[in-house]
Design a protein around this ligand. Structure first.
Ligand code: C2O
Ligand code: CU
Ligand code: CU
Length: 503
């Protein structure tokens, strides 16, 4: 009970924080610069498309990547990133980038212990790409980092073995040194599920909700980022679930349903809530938590975060929405971000009543990473820089520096538990993501007062609200170069990233 309350409070506090406690100091170099204002406001006036996407179609399940291997324990497949067209709006062909022709990319579903071999063909015209296995413990040279680009027109194979106890809801997306945000908002991203060998959970209906957003102009064209997008992170006008706008999912009265939420948006924050129903949180970025946290009315997901929940729909027939509620993540130049209460999916409860399924009290064992033997401290920064033409451009920083390929910013030792402390003194929230491992958030501090994290959970991305310090325990188990960055992809590309050398 105490856990549930404090969990709820921490979410509510996050939501309330921006409206009351936001730092009001203007950003350096930005306050009254007319050139800056002009450039930024120009970006804000992106005209919304008059055409709308069809709504209310049955929720599609994701297409699947099939293994070419017949050997148990081995998954072998080819993934090609290439342009194609999609009719988001009937009669209008929109040019996108797709993995194997599909947006989102095909679902990759494997099991703990599997050997995975994925051949990647980069057919994105004129741009390097990579595939990064977000959240998975792939060795550094197999993890699609910016240090290992795959040139346009060329190929490579990624191979890694999934360790035991690695089940969870992960994803994959490009991570080249340039063009990551663009390749993702044009369509390159997909779900990667690792199934457990032994399942402690009863067999529930299990639905992946891969949430993205899309901006189309009046001709159905995906336009490039404006300067406001670079500063604030790009948010699309349409929120899509498995590429559909407000689809409908049918469930039986009485059913308990498992959902895997993905925030695969470049920058939009999702505050997810089912009308009239609470959720039991059962999993986070790195798989199941030890015990379900019941009674949650909403879940906040920053870009790249995932959550698994179980919802009991109750015995009566009816219809309700899954919504995303407004969240104030801070912004520059008055942009309205993640700010509109939007229904993103409908649930139709109909048919014969089924018996509810009870969750076991124990879902998984999670051991604490223990006492740290080393510390890391990093600080987010934002800057506006005057361009040659007088326009201002946004620059992201970690510890005052922009990302530089191959420059080592931090060093860790293999196998050592470290306490990471991430500070965000800027005007916007920034979700920190660390490659190569799952970590455990232990504490969040605001205005000098720290509150312990209510649950022990595996995370690879954590929101660091403005004015907040987040502390987590992490351990890296493989030597090599890893990166850490803000997962608002525009910020990552504009320099909010650093390199960790694990030795
Ligand atoms: Cu999901 Cu470094 O990325
Ligand atoms: Cu990652
Ligand atoms: Cu950011």
């Amino acid at each position: 009970m105490i856990h549930r309350r404090s969990f709820l409070l921490s979410t509510a506090a996050l939501a309330a924080y921006g409206t009351t406690g936001q730092a009001q100091a203007p950003m350096p170099g930005m306050s009254d610069s007319p050139a800056g204002m002009g450039a930024m406001n120009g970006g804000l006036q992106a005209k919304p498309s008059g055409l709308d996407l069809p709504q209310g179609e049955p929720l599609r399940s994701l297409s699947r990547l099939h293994s070419a291997s017949t050997q148990p324990g081995s998954f072998v497949a080819t993934i090609t990133a290439a342009p194609t067209t999609i009719e988001f709006i009937p009669g209008l062909r929109t040019e996108v980038l797709a993995y194997n022709g599909s947006v989102p990319g095909p679902l990759i579903e494997v099991s703990e212990g599997d050997n995975v071999s994925l051949h990647f063909a980069n057919r994105v015209p004129g741009q390097d790409s990579t595939i990064h296995w977000h959240g998975l413990p792939a060795p550094p040279d197999q993890d699609g980092n910016p240090m290992h680009p795959v040139a346009s027109g060329s190929d490579r194979t990624y191979a890694f073995k999934l360790p035991e106890d690695s089940a969870g809801s992960f994803w994959y997306h490009p991570h080249p040194d340039k063009h990551t945000p663009e390749q993702v908002f044009r369509g390159l991203a997909g779900a990667f599920i690792v199934k457990p060998k032994v399942n402690l959970l009863p067999d529930l209906d299990d639905t992946i909700l891969f949430i993205t957003d899309l901006r189309l102009d009046g001709e159905g064209v995906i336009l490039p980022n404006t300067e406001s997008d670079w500063a604030n992170g790009r948010e699309g006008d349409h929120i899509l679930v498995n590429r559909q706008k407000r689809p409908v999912l049918n469930v039986s009265p009485g059913a308990s349903h498992r959902f895997r939420f993905y925030n695969a948006c470049n920058a939009r924050y999702l505050r997810l809530a089912f009308e009239g129903h609470t959720m039991a949180l059962i999993g986070t970025d790195g798989g199941l938590i030890s015990e379900a946290v019941k009674g949650l009315t909403e879940i906040l997901l920053a870009p790249a975060e995932r959550a698994e929940v179980v919802v009991e729909f109750g015995p009566s027939a009816g219809r309700l929405s899954l919504r995303t509620l407004p969240y104030d993540r801070g912004s520059m130049m008055g942009a309205k971000l993640s700010a509109v209460d939007t229904p993103i999916m409908s649930i139709e409860i109909a048919g014969p009543v089924v018996a509810p399924i009870l969750l076991p009290s124990k879902l998984r064992d999670i051991a604490s990473l223990g006492t740290p033997v080393a510390r890391k401290r990093i600080t987010f920064g934002e800057q506006m820089q005057m361009q040659a033409n007088g326009a201002m451009s946004f620059e992201g920083r970690i510890d005052g520096k922009p990302f530089e390929l191959f420059r080592v910013d931090l060093v860790s030792q293999v196998g050592e538990t470290e306490l990471w402390e991430v500070s965000n003194p800027t005007d916007m929230d920034h979700p920190l993501h660390l490659h190569g491992t799952q970590f455990q958030v232990v504490e969040r501090e605001r205005y000098g007062s720290a509150s312990p994290e209510p649950i022990l959970a595996w995370k690879d991305t954590v929101n660091v609200a403005r004015g907040e310090i987040v502390r987590f325990l992490a351990r890296q188990d493989m030597p090599g170069l890893r990166v850490y960055h803000c997962h608002i992809l525009e910020h990552e590309e504009r320099g909010m990233m650093g390199t960790l050398s694990v030795q």
